[in-house]
Ligand binder design. Sequence first.
Ligand SMILES: Nc1nc2c(ncn2[C@@H]2O[C@H](COP(=O)(O)OP(=O)(O)O)[C@@H](O)[C@H]2O)c(=O)[nH]1
Ligand SMILES: [Mg+2]
Length: 220
Amino acid sequence: MSRIISIERKILEKNDIVAARIRQRFAGQNVVVVNIMSSPGAGKTTLLEETLKKITSKKAIGIIEGDIATDNDAQRVEKAGASWVVQINTGGACHLEAGMVEKAIETMPDTIRLLIIENVGNLVCPSGFDLGDDYKVVVASLTEGLDKPKKYPGMYRKSHVMVLNKVDLAPHVNVRPDDFIREALEVNPALEVFKTSATSGAGMDEWCAWLMNLRKPAHA
Ligand SMILES: Nc1nc2c(ncn2[C@@H]2O[C@H](COP(=O)(O)OP(=O)(O)O)[C@@H](O)[C@H]2O)c(=O)[nH]1
Ligand SMILES: [Mg+2]
């Protein structure tokens, strides 16, 4: 049993070394890195497509897509106007690791000021792996049910921001957005919260304004 624990620690230590390297590289270039995480289907790619349509003319945005298989999401965000896109296929792994990101950014042009990473859909593993990011965002969907922040506290504790998406479905799923937000804040009172519907456009202006005004934080 102790052997399993020490292997896990070694994997995480190796990941942290690479993440520090990524953070150092982007600190020098003043590139802000945002790591977007959620369960599968919460609406990460739709949120990114709508975000890109609104702000890509004002800022050069690079996207790294993480999925177990397919390049569907890379195609979607490319069509929506991303300046540079790489699709990572993990081939089975349920999260991205810093080594995958370091490889992906080898071809990233210097013009990119904001790099958004869409992690593999999963509410557990992605939050355990530092990708050299500055901000972690959890996209929650109202359809997941009220109990998810407390069932998956690691994800909510590690995140700086929660985007509560699919608020347009509130009448159909018996979950009030404000109740979901209260549950999430009980897990992490420091969360900054946005309420969105990526399909109707509600709340998108506030979320896009936050992204546009991001500054490189002091850690970097
Ligand atoms: N009603 C509604 N559906 C949404 C919203 N955002 C995304 N969807 C739908 O949810 C499904 C999954 O979205 P996708 O962006 O692929 O999720 P991802 O797996 O987190 O990237 C798609 O059918 C989207 O059209 C939303 O705000 N409201
Ligand atoms: Mg997606």
